[in-house]
Design a protein around this ligand. Structure first.
Ligand SMILES: C[S@@+](CC[C@H](N)C(=O)[O-])C[C@H]1O[C@@H](n2cnc3c(N)ncnc32)[C@H](O)[C@@H]1O
Length: 248
């Protein structure tokens, strides 16, 4: 069974960060680097989006976009429970449009993954079309580190539910710069046990190659690679990063 069809278990496995601090950090980036006021925000490949749920409580107009209906229904329901409203859009992040442009957009938790450069360029074109001029695009966990492919295991518990997670990246082919990402969740929910998995093939985006692709796309300014949870530039390449772009 697929992980993204079970938003609650995904959320438990991936709620190891402090969302209030994370949105404080977004607001610092906006204050320092955005050249426009931010009211409407878009989360691309949003999943259960703790971020939009927090931003909605802070008064932003929030839009979540994802390819999976279960994720979008869950997000809408969670927003409703907290008395907020979040607009949801089912779409592929390499082929999407919005009726009205947004002031700020972001993509979290390694969702900025593509099979090849063509997909990445299509994605940048879509983002350029929906983001207002001088607004920011924040990307978390870009796959730029081909040196340290490491598996990770962790356990999260909430409301009597235990989720054992395993993340395994494996290099596939040096010529196409591809690797296979395997995510497994073992869930214990009272008497129920579930084994969930997602497998994807992504391309490593070499940092200097990314800069060249941005130039080719021509619609964004590159503002820098930052540490994932800090308002500080990266000193060496790793996947715990934030990339900040500004629409020209
Ligand atoms: C790793 S999860 C990230 C979810 C959320 N952004 C977070 O920070 O936890 C990846 C999400 O991307 C969605 N997704 C995968 N491929 C997509 C695509 N091509 N277009 C839009 N969403 C996609 C999945 O349904 C899933 O919700």
């Amino acid at each position: 069974m697929k992980i993204y069809d079970f938003p609650l278990y995904y959320e438990i496995a991936f709620s190891f960060f402090d969302v209030k601090k994370q949105i404080d950090l977004f607001e610092r980036f906006i204050k320092r680097y955005s050249r426009i006021k931010v009211k409407r925000v878009l989360d691309i490949a949003c999943g259960p989006s703790l971020q939009l749920r927090e931003m909605a409580t802070r008064g932003y107009k929030c839009i979540g976009m994802d390819i999976n209906s279960a994720m979008l229904n869950y997000l809408k329901q969670k927003a409703k429970e907290q008395g907020a409203e979040i607009e949801t859009i089912k779409a592929d992040m390499t082929d999407f449009k919005l009726k009205n442009r947004v002031d700020f957009t972001f993509i979290m938790m390694g969702s900025f993954g593509f099979k090849d450069n063509q997909e990445l360029l299509r994605h940048l074109d879509c983002v350029a079309n929906v983001l207002k001029s001088r607004g920011l695009y924040l990307i978390e966990n870009m796959y730029l580190d081909w040196v340290n492919f490491k598996s990770q295991n962790w356990i999260m518990k909430k409301n009597g539910i235990t989720v054992k997670a395993r993340y395994e990246p494996k290099p596939i082919d040096a010529l196409s710069q591809t690797f296979k990402e395997m995510l497994t969740l073992e869930v214990r929910h009272h008497n129920k046990r579930l084994w969930l998995q997602e497998k994807e093939i992504f391309k490593v985006i070499y940092p200097q190659e990314f800069l060249a692709l941005l130039k080719l796309n021509g619609k964004f300014e590159f503002l820098g690679w930052f540490e994932r949870y800090k308002f500080r530039k990266l000193r060496s390449g790793n996947n715990n990063n934030i990339v900040l772009l500004r629409r020209k």
